[in-house]
Design a protein around this ligand. Structure first.
Ligand code: FAD
Length: 453
């Protein structure tokens, strides 16, 4: 499309909104963004809490398109694999990839958002903070905006509207008045609570810094991701009901007792446990499925607004960033807005659903299987087959995290590979007993070479 054809309005200047604004402004579009929260760059640094995210190749690729790779990577901590903490205090590193060329990165959510806002404005996008999208008149192409601070309301016209306003999207709510979105929200039935491991007495990391730490405990788990300030953000994932659950932790003493029993080595590193537990909210988790992401050429949803997912593959942001690259490309290539939004949705919706499903599966793997003998044997064989069949047998985690093959492809090939691993390991007590010639034959028979960009 010709950039003189219109102005683009984006609701939400979070991770996806700010990146999309950057990509579109760099294409020459006139971009206006409305963000309900105040400008994070004007607030004094809020010491203490540091929330981080795992950044992988899909997200990195998108940041490269926006010229942000160096800025973001300067603030990132490498994570080579999962450091599994057994109930007996033992630790074992399970690498994500074959070597340090296949790793993921822990990045600070707040700082990443600030870098994206700076880039969007530098590219020419206009961002108005403290301005919440309240409702939309799609026929008149007019928005109602509200400033939650002084309660001022105003109406502004739009030409096309993009909803990057997160899981609780107001644009999605407005679209529901116009059309049947087929919205389904499936709560996970598990919540989360964030805590912090500060630097040690010597100012250094108290755990191995280059890993994503996991304390798997069957139906629940704790994880910890490193921050550049030598701290770790710890997240407890626990059922909302049942035993143990957030419902059965009525007070601090009960929470401490759970930690003493199940995560004693982590508890010893969290001096402010009481304050963290009391002050940090318990978050809820779930998956949002929609059958429609757009209203003809007038409006479209991206990121969590379209497909919020549980965080266990560390892909929500990565997927949202991939959405931004895809939508910007389709807007650049299509003849009109309707065609651009339709092509975007056709490309991304099946892939979003695939990663949503894989993220749910990964919760079970992380909390329940990473210390299971069968699972570990299959992982060993997976590595062996990946080495014997490069480009053909590619572990699913690698396809999702280190490559940009469509999520749906990773999911479909992952199922075939899992079946091969299960068949080849059945009844064996060691990976040395696997009949590799038979395994090779299965790989060649069932898997084609993986096509990549
Ligand atoms: C515990 C947890 C851990 C996670 N870990 C990872 C991880 O390791 N890796 C990963 O890739 N992903 C992770 N995610 C997922 C990731 O946080 C989201 O997928 C990502 O933030 C989605 O970006 P977004 O821009 O779509 O939404 P958001 O980041 O939520 O941004 C939405 C923006 O819209 C604004 N907004 C909302 N309503 C309005 C309105 N009415 N008007 C104007 N503005 C509005 C909000 O203030 C916000 O700035 C995790 C999520 C959780 C909950």
């Amino acid at each position: 499309m010709d950039v003189t054809k219109g102005n683009i309005t984006i609701a939400g200047a979070g991770l996806a909104g700010a990146l999309l604004a950057t990509l579109l402004a760099r294409q020459g579009w006139s971009v206006q963004v409305f963000e309900k929260r105040p400008d994070p760059r004007l607030r004094a640094y809020e010491g203490g809490r540091s929330i981080n995210l795992a950044l992988a190749e899909r997200g990195l690729h998108a940041l490269r398109q926006a010229g942000l790779q160096d800025t973001v990577m300067a603030q990132a901590v490498m994570m080579r694999g999962r450091m599994v903490h057994g109930a007996d205090g033992s630790t074992q590193l399970l690498r994500y990839g074959k070597d340090d060329s296949e790793v993921i990165w822990s990045v600070h959510r707040g700082r990443l958002n600030v870098s994206l806002l700076d880039a969007a404005e530098a590219a020419g996008a206009r961002i108005r903070f403290g301005t919440r999208l309240e409702s939309v008149d799609f026929d008149a192409r007019r928005l109602l905006l509200v400033n939650d601070h002084d309660r001022r309301a105003e109406e502004v016209d739009f030409e096309v509207l993009i909803g990057a306003d997160g899981a609780g999207s107001s644009l999605r709510a407005a679209l529901k008045h116009e059309m049947e979105l087929g919205e389904r929200f499936e709560p996970l039935g598990h919540g989360y609570k964030e805590l912090e491991i500060p630097p040690g007495a010597d100012g250094g990391f108290q755990l191995e810094p280059n890993a994503l730490h996991i304390w798997p405990r069957g139906g629940y788990m704790c994880i910890a991701l490193p921050n550049t300030e030598q701290t770790f953000t710890v997240t407890l994932f626990l059922p909302s009901e049942g035993e143990p659950s957030f419902a059965t932790l009525p007070d601090l003493a009960a929470a401490r007792a759970l930690y003493r029993r199940d995560f004693a080595d982590a508890l010893a590193l969290i001096p402010d446990f009481d304050a963290d537990w009391t002050n940090n909210p318990t978050g809820s988790l779930g998956t949002l499925y929609l059958d429609q992401w757009r209203l003809d050429g007038r409006a479209v949803l991206i990121g969590d607004a379209a497909h919020a997912m549980v965080p266990f593959h560390g892909q929500g942001m990565n997927c949202a960033f991939e959405d931004c690259v895809s939508l910007a490309r389709h807007i650049g290539e299509a003849d009109d807005w309707g065609a651009a939004f339709a092509a975007f949705e056709a490309e991304r919706r099946p892939n979003a659903q695939a990663i949503q499903e894989m993220a749910l599966e990964n919760y079970i793997e992380m909390r329940d299987q990473v210390d299971d003998a069968d699972f570990l044997r299959q992982r060993q064989l997976e590595r062996i087959l990946a080495d014997r069949h490069p480009g053909r047998f590619v572990p699913r985690y690698s396809m999702v995290s280190f490559l940009r093959v469509p999520y749906a492809t990773a999911q479909a090939r992952g199922k075939i590979q899992r079946q091969i691993l299960v068949e080849c390991c059945a009844g064996l007590s060691s990976v040395d007993q696997v009949d590799l010639a038979a395994a090779d034959a299965l790989v060649r028979e069932r898997l084609t070479l993986l096509e990549q960009d």
